[in-house]
Design a protein. Sequence first.
Length: 115
Amino acid sequence: MKALTLIFVVLIALLQYPLWLGKGSWLRVWDLSRQLTTQQEKNSALKARNYTLDAEVRDLKSGRAAIEERARSELGMIKKDEVFYQVLDINLLKPKNTAPQNPDNAAKTAEQRGE
């Protein structure tokens, strides 16, 4: 009776091995499913990018408005008899370096503060 039980245990173990660790195992199926999901996400992002690029190409081929917009924004072009105004941010014009440029002055100011 013990021998028959041992044979059945070994037989069940041999049948379970391909299910869990073989070529078409559950672990392999789970891993491939995860890879498939990741690749599908990448593909959908690339499809969206391709769609926008395709729309941009069609727009550039068909109309002058897109070409004019590109010339204005990327090349800084303006139309004839058009006035261009550039507004500068005053904060960008101020120097950001607030430290004294002369090291002797820095030492004097530190002494005056009591450092």
